[in-house]
Design a protein around this ligand. Structure first.
Ligand SMILES: [Zn+2]
Length: 520
């Protein structure tokens, strides 16, 4: 099982989802499949999403309150669409509806999986289609009594889901696992639709491979989306980043899981889940959440990502499990995990005169109790050489300090002294070849998280940042549990690093002045 995952992860990492299909297109049959997949992907468009939103957020639907006539009118439009896409009815009595009291209706459609062994498992992708009608003190920030069209919340996610359905309908062959498409009712009344479904599941809950929720995907700003839930199954963040290669949005991965939309229902049932979301805004739950304020090319991109994710999840070889630890993983835990640990010992202990830092290294302050103080380095001293190597500027010295083993000799020009002084300094702490500290993450076995980058180090100069996930270093994929410290000590002085930063892979080059260390 594990080997299988390694191979898949490796292939998926170097090739994006689309190129995997194209590259594997050896026969003409496979080539046809690959081009059909591309066509399906490109069939998700901003214009079509806009048409759906125009219908769903029209005043005639009166804000689509669950159970209202506007809500029922919206449902009619959606069911027509599922029919046209030839989805199998997934509701009661061979209809698309799953009704619940007093007069609400979930809408469910099924694309049966193509693999005999895997089709009993399913990927559930959903969006709520209801909103708050005319608004009241409980569900709106006002003003109340006006139609709340809910264009972003959640005509956007609904239209994105219709586009995803359309793309699946265009595929010549369904993916291996079944896909269940769900349009939830009465989300705004307390996640009632998704709750009703888990209480009366139409497919066995324990066969859910993954659940995906799209809520408010219509306000993409600065290319940035939020993805919640990647902690709920192992390797999920890495997986999302790989699928994002063909979309290229910036992804803010957050550990926050709140009862603010339907994914939370699944989270509580210990089902792996993801939420795609483009963030809150001033029109949230107000009558001003209207269609003209949406970013339609943004919906296209989020829906395309949702399509790639759903398809890849439905195809992947191994079955997913819920990661129990995710229940304890809060945003505070995320911050503690991703940010710098306790400081390293101060190696030298001087601050530079910043005004002269371009050309000279002049000491502005010596910190008490540090190696510099012990070596009698003083304010006003100019440091010219490091182990008799001439120094250009403080950055130069900082880099040498990171990699030096103690003791070192500094050459100093001191005002009032005719001759240069040689000061032997016993540096504190250990040398660091690359100047970074990383942390392993049991949720992500194929990356490590950078938690510290030392100023002036090879990692700093190469552009590595705290929070980056290292996927590949020195020609090798990361695999948690291997001795990465020894591996990095033996790497050549110039290496390539591939990191996941905001859901996008970046290639960095690091150069260390310290030669490789032989393994003991
Ligand atoms: Zn919503």
């Amino acid at each position: 099982m594990r080997d299988c995952f390694v191979a898949w992860s490796f292939v998926a990492r170097i090739l994006s989802a689309l190129t995997v299909l194209v590259a594997s297109a050896g026969s003409s049959f496979a080539a046809d499949r690959a081009s059909a997949f591309m066509a399906a992907f490109h069939s998700i468009t901003a214009n079509e999403a806009k048409d759906h939103v125009a219908v769903l957020s029209n005043d005639t639907l009166e804000g689509r309150e669950g159970g209202s006539r506007g809500g029922h009118a919206a449902a009619k439009y959606l069911v027509e669409y599922l029919k046209q896409a030839k989805l199998k009815p997934g509701g009661d009595n061979n209809t698309y509806f799953q009704a619940f009291a007093p007069n609400h209706r979930n809408i469910l459609g099924i694309l049966p999986g193509s693999d005999e062994k895997l089709r009993h498992e399913y990927v559930l992708i959903g969006a709520h289609y209801d909103h708050v009608g005319y608004g009241n003190a409980r569900n709106s920030y006002g003003p109340w009594g006006y139609i709340h069209n809910g264009a972003d919340d959640n005509a956007s996610g609904t239209s994105g889901l219709l586009e995803v359905i359309d793309a699946f309908a265009k595929l010549p062959q369904a993916p291996r696992r079944t896909v269940l498409f769900a349009l939830w009712d009465a989300e705004e009344k307390g996640l009632l639709g998704s709750q009703h479904w888990v209480d009366h599941p139409t497919l066995a809950l324990d066969q859910a491979h993954m659940t995906i929720n799209m809520d408010m995907i219509g306000r993409l700003r600065d290319d940035r989306i939020e993805v919640h839930g990647t902690r709920t199954s192992t390797g999920l963040r890495d997986f999302v980043t790989v699928q994002n290669a063909d979309v290229g949005v910036r992804i803010f991965y957050t550990w926050e899981m709140k009862a603010n939309s339907d994914h939370y229902t699944f989270f509580q049932k210990q089902m792996p889940t993801l939420l795609l979301h483009t963030g809150l805004h001033d029109d949230y739950h107000r009558p001003s959440d209207d269609a003209e304020k949406l970013n339609y090319p943004g919906i296209e991109r989020v829906a395309r990502l949702a399509f790639l994710l759903t398809h890849a999840l439905a195809e992947e070889p191994q079955s997913r499990r819920f990661r129990e630890a995710s229940r304890q993983e809060t945003p505070a835990a995320q911050e503690a995990f991703e940010t710098t640990q306790a400081p390293t010992p101060i190696r030298l202990g001087v601050d530079w005169d910043e005004r002269q830092a371009q050309s000279r290294i002049v000491v502005a302050r010596v910190r008490p109790g540090t190696p510099a103080a012990d070596a009698d380095i003083r304010k006003g001293d100019q440091i010219t050489h490091f182990n008799s190597e001439p120094l250009a500027n403080p950055a130069d010295l900082a880099e040498l300090l990171q990699i030096a083993s103690e003791p070192v000799v500094l050459t100093i020009d001191r005002p009032g002294e005719e001759l240069a002084l040689l000061k032997t300094v016993q540096l504190k702490g250990r040398p660091s070849r690359w100047g970074m500290t990383w942390r392993e993450d049991d949720a992500e076995p194929y990356s490590v998280t950078v938690v510290r980058v030392l100023a002036g180090s090879a990692s700093d100069k190469g552009g590595l940042k705290v929070g980056d996930r290292i996927l590949r270093i020195g020609g090798r994929d990361i695999q948690v549990g291997e001795n990465l410290i020894a591996f990095m000590a033996g790497l050549p002085q110039k290496i390539e690093v591939i990191v996941d930063r905001e859901g996008r892979e970046q290639r960095l080059t690091l150069r260390s002045k310290m030669p490789p260390v032989q393994a003991e």
